[in-house]
Design a protein around this ligand. Sequence first.
Ligand code: FES
Length: 98
Amino acid sequence: MIAVANISDVPNYGKKVVTVSAQEILLVNVKGTVYACENECPHQGSPMSGAVIKEGSISCPRHGYRFSLLDGRCAEHPEYSLKIFPVTVDGDQILIDI
Ligand code: FES
């Protein structure tokens, strides 16, 4: 696992983009639970950093495809799925597994 940010960098319902191994990863905090996903929408590549966050899901700002933050699935368009990375919070550090 790789330390990518401090928990204070990602406030509740906030987002932060980090770059790991030349890949942009979006960190999202939903009520204290931190999720990590690719920052590029699998539909047409829009940055997910502008996405709307609701409990358990993230909606692409471009066409509104909604992906589960747990497994990346898109219920309305199952042919697309967002890559989700395992997250661990250790003290004030956010670690992800890519
Ligand atoms: S580019 Fe994300 S839903 Fe179309």
